[in-house]
Write a new protein. Structure first.
Length: 716
């Protein structure tokens, strides 16, 4: 860290560092503006390559000129649809065929030969089915176009639902979302930094640093996507709050140490170099922890989870480099003037003797360390009680639970569900294949007989042949919500009953409920693999940083305990306060990787300082001094990070809201309970054994040069 510190804080080299970053921003920012062009939200990109529903999608692409997406146009008039309404429905179908690239003729109610199942028994509601190519980039626009074509008038209510309607609503919610989130996040961080520092320049510098890093990271992610890798919109959305939250944390730690050093060194460049050598290793370890934890997601088989890993790692990696180079350069350039109008806090006082003062964090530490066993038991009890909320865990994928506000697609679906089988929203598809020959009528009949034994199958559509007749597909409509837990469980039943059709005959189940079932199974597998691997990686980093074996084990135990407590408390809130029927199966994975990786940041901030102080004054006093010095920093960082993730709660999409809420709550608990009470209590109970196989004076090389006597007053 010494050579890096000397270069980025030199009198001339600080300007070279600044110019270098500005040049990188000029190159990559224009590329970052095009990230939305390479995001991929296709169903196939989310599913594992070997899933049965993925194989069905490939068959569609090969045998049916690609897979298709349905749009359902729902017509409703209380009291019954009139003759004029029927004529209007037929005219809408003709205009839709002229305006949209339909892959087949619309299936229109009341038309000669149309299925009677398209009209409700009381004839007050009917629906038309249209099918378009599965082109992710255009589905939302086609959905909006269709809504313009069929807009209701003269008392006739019209709703576009199905996949086309959902995509249109999804785009409406997420349209320009990155820009909106960026603005909201920057504003929040600026307000919080202003309240913390009460100095304009030093509050703006972290925003400049993270803003430049975000522009460069976006450009790199664009190039990553252009290389053929999958980049999901969820990943780029989360990246905004992740980078500003994490990047600001790194800035807070270095600024705090710089303020201390300015009191001891008259030259601002020398003070910055000292601050870098002492805080730099903790920032580096924190950043590497998050980067490597995110890269663990590469072992996931679920495309949406796997995509988040490299995107987040690129963003945090760039923010880390900026925090170790651009930030110290800007702070060294600003010097004491950057803290105006509170320059007295960083006034040079070489002969001043600092006296320990009973600050709030020191007093809290004294109380905790006087009765460490009771403090540890109390915090454990809190998280155990919170963990009981895991009993409320329930998965839910119903159509009306996706958005947290009323949308046209959900309203249309609800109307359909009252008069028709709810499964019509997303039928499940069965594909019949015969090796080396065409599928016969007998093969199809055998499949129909077996499907008829599956509970709650409301209808089985006609067998549609492929171009060469070698494959046939059947549409299966369930009587209940196709994304309810009961419907998803039914997919396994269908697959079991369609096994063993005869020599060379195979039936694959995909689309609709099958896609969600395969998604669930893969997400559960990913969680089992990601959790132990991420814990191992983070524990290894802590071991290297602290030069200890016991400390990483104890610290990771606190992280895991707080995670389960946070998850349980959040589930109780989602189920019984927010009123949600359940959560997405991928939520625990996202929550774990964010809470563990980001929560470890504060562990590193605290314990690296404890290690440094313990070399001079011993473990107990070292903990008290570290609490006094890092308490304000960790508190500020935790509030900012929690606030940035809370911004996600402004989006009316359930899974995004849930991630924002859970991470925000978890970070606050980690900040005010784990790092300030649980960890100090655990360290006091173990004493010097926490550093085994080293001792309190070990770990010098990991943390840099021997420090001057620490003083809690420097945290002021």
């Amino acid at each position: 860290m010494g050579p890096v510190a000397a270069f980025v804080t030199g009198r001339r080299t600080t300007w070279l560092v600044l110019l270098g970053w500005l040049a990188l921003a000029a190159v990559f920012a224009p590329l970052g503006a095009k990230v939305s062009q390479i995001t991929d939200n296709r169903t196939e990109s989310f599913l594992p390559k070997n899933a049965e529903s993925t194989r069905v999608l490939r068959l569609f692409a090969r045998e049916y000129d690609g897979s298709t997406v349905d749009g359902l146009i729902v017509y409703r008039r209380p009291g019954g649809l009139t003759a004029t309404d029927r004529a209007r429905i037929a005219d809408d179908a003709r205009r839709a065929a002229a305006r949209l690239p339909l892959v087949s003729a619309p299936v229109v109610p009341f038309a000669p030969g149309s299925p009677p199942s398209l009209v409700a028994p009381d004839r007050s509601l009917a629906y038309t089915i249209v099918a378009v190519p599965d082109d992710n980039a255009k589905l939302a626009d086609w959905g909006k176009e269709l809504r313009g074509v069929v807009a209701g008038r003269d008392g006739l209510q019209t709703y576009v639902t199905g996949a086309l309607g959902i995509n249109a609503d999804f785009q409406e919610v997420f349209g320009n979302v990155d820009t909106k989130l960026l603005f909201a996040t920057v504003l929040l961080v600026l307000v919080l930094l202003g309240a913390i520092y009460r100095a304009l320049v030093v509050a703006l510098i972290p925003l400049v640093v993270v803003g430049v890093a975000y522009a460069i990271a976006s450009g790199l992610i664009y190039l990553y996507g252009r290389s053929g890798a999958t980049v999901s919109q969820n990943a780029t959305t989360i990246l905004v709050v992740l980078m500003f939250g994490v990047g600001t944390d790194y800035c807070l730690l270095l600024v705090s140490r710089y303020r201390e050093e300015l009191r001891h060194a008259q030259d601002k460049h020398e003070a910055m170099a000292h601050a870098m050598r002492r805080a730099g290793p903790a920032i580096l370890a924190s950043g590497l922890t998050v980067v490597l934890a995110m890269l663990v997601l590469l072992v996931a088989r679920l495309g949406s989870t796997q995509s988040l890993g490299p995107v987040a790692a690129i963003g945090v990696g760039v923010a880390l480099l900026a925090g170790l180079t651009l930030l110290p350069a800007l702070l060294a350039i600003a010097g004491r003037r950057g803290f105006w109008p509170r320059r007295r806090l960083v006034a040079f006082q070489p002969d001043a003797e600092y006296h320990e003062r009973e600050g709030a964090w020191r007093r809290l530490g004294d109380r905790v360390l006087r009765r460490p066993g009771a403090a540890l038991a109390a915090t454990l009890a809190l998280f155990v009680v919170g963990g009981l909320g895991l009993l409320a865990y329930k998965e839910d994928y119903s159509a009306n639970g996706f958005f947290k506000k009323s949308t046209e697609s959900v309203t249309g679906f609800d109307l359909l569900a009252r008069s028709f089988p709810a499964g019509a929203l997303a039928p499940t598809t069965v594909v019949v294949v015969r090796d080396g020959g065409a599928v016969t009528a007998a093969d199809v009949a055998a499949v129909r007989r077996r499907l008829a034994t599956v509970p709650r199958v409301a209808a089985i559509g006609p067998a549609q042949p492929s171009r060469d007749g070698r494959v046939r597909r059947l549409s299966v409509v369930f009587s209940d919500d196709p994304f309810a837990a009961s419907a998803l469980a039914r997919v396994s039943t269908m697959r079991e009953r369609l096994a063993g059709l005869g020599p060379g005959v195979h039936a694959l189940v995909g689309a609709g409920s099958a896609v969600q079932e395969d998604y669930n199974a893969t997400a559960a597998r990913d969680l089992r693999v990601i959790v132990p691997l991420a814990l191992l990686v983070i524990a290894a980093i802590l071991g290297v940083l602290l030069r200890a074996v016991v400390a990483p084990i104890v610290l990771m135990a606190t992280v895991v305990i707080s995670f389960f407590g946070t998850l349980g408390l959040s589930l109780l809130f989602f189920r019984y306060v927010a009123g949600d029927a359940g959560v997405d199966v991928s939520l625990p994975t996202y929550a774990f990787i964010f809470l563990v990786a980001l929560g470890t940041d504060y562990t590193i901030f605290l314990m690296s300082r404890v290690r440094e102080e313990a070399r001079v004054v011993g473990t107990r006093e070292g903990m008290l001094r570290a609490l006094a010095v890092t308490g304000p920093v960790i508190t500020s960082a935790g509030v900012i990070l929690a606030g940035t993730f809370a911004v996600l709660m402004t989006l009316p999409v359930t899974i995004v809201f849930d991630i924002g809420f859970m991470v925000a709550v978890g970070i606050l608990l980690d900040t005010f309970v784990v790092r300030t009470i649980m960890v100090p209590a655990a360290v006091e109970v173990l004493g010097d054994r926490i550093w085994w196989p080293s001792g309190p004076s070990g770990g010098g090389r990991a943390l840099g040069e021997r420090p001057v006597a620490a003083d809690p007053a420097r945290a002021a």
